[in-house]
Design a protein around this ligand. Sequence first.
Ligand SMILES: Cc1ncc(COP(=O)(O)O)c(C=O)c1O
Length: 424
Amino acid sequence: MSELAILGGAKTCKDDYPKWPVHDERDIEAVTRVIKSGQWGGYPYPGKETKRFIDSFLAMQGGNYGVLMMNGTVTMEVALRAAGIGWGDEVLVPAYTFQATAAAPMAAGAIPVIVDVDPNSYCLDPKAAEAAITDKTRAIIPVHLGAQMTDMDAIMELAEKYNLIVIEDCAHAHGAKWRGQGAGTIGHFGSFSMQSSKIMTAGEGGLLICKSEEMALQATSIIDCGRPHDAKGEMMTMGANYRVSELQAALLNVAIERFPAQAKQREAMAAYMDEALSEVSGVRVLPRDERHTTRSIYRYIFAVDPQEFGAENDVICAALHMEGIPCWEGYEPMNNYELFQPKLSKLPVPSAFPEHFKFDEMRLPVSERACEYEAVWLDENIFRAGSEGVDDAVAALAKIQATLSSDSGAVADIKRLLSSKTVE
Ligand SMILES: Cc1ncc(COP(=O)(O)O)c(C=O)c1O
């Protein structure tokens, strides 16, 4: 058995994976065009580049109304505010996601209610969501996580039954489709992030798809310092400047040209990965829901059985990383984020909603399992490296499984390295 790279053996992956973001002369030309135009900022909204990007994005993703803004966190805050959701309202969010999904309701003055996820998709579990609904619940934010989608049929049924606003957090789901319909166009709002790591990026940026024209006008006013954007000029809001610059929009106009070919390749290689990974002992490939008709690969998540690997996800990811495979062990459960620790949030436990503020007492078994030992996240560039890139990742994982499951000394050595922080 070959020795693991983390313990001084040869690396599985000889070549580096392709870098992100991709750029070429077109990006330089796009930015130069904006610089020479003299219109760098986002005012008046929408600028020429901004409008062009929104139209192209809607043509790709579906939906009739889009508002481009600073990032994929304010998109959700703006959606909530446009829908009139704020002080004292409760918003359901999944426990397994980036903190932004819960920070956005807090910024709008609402209370995020943390709900566990489904073990097959790691996305919000509709049954757990229904159990958390109270007479204060006004909205739900399903996150389409990694390469998965939330069961949008079940979410829309809940929305109908309890009269909830649905904001799809599509930070990971550009191009994804459910029953042929674009992610972000099924609920009342779809929120997309264009931050650096995302599969369509300008460094920063966010796009909000709105189902109704009225909501889109409200959202536009909120991001444009409260100015009215309706035909009569009457619909003013309490807004601020959340616009993006034309420089960013110009980069997005190039990114969206490249996107279809990248997305197609990633999706094809993810199907190849599903097959290849299912041959590695101790790996659980997350099952594909057949209603999820187009998969978009931001991160490909699978689960490991620590018994069969002899180790948990942190050890496995550290070993994979040193084999040259870009990966991560994923988020922590939402209730552990600093955001909710009293020293930062300064949230006193109010008498009105005490159960929602006892973050240390919350039990979220599926999210905890995913975070603490089960989930492994693979980066998107593995899938842009073609079948050889996938083969290397699978070979590295098989080598790690074979070594760690038969050598507890190697596991102890890696743990020692991790605790001494000599590896990431
Ligand atoms: C699931 C999820 N939601 C929201 C966001 C927030 O996006 P942004 O960083 O553009 O504010 C992120 C991103 O980083 C994310 O991963």
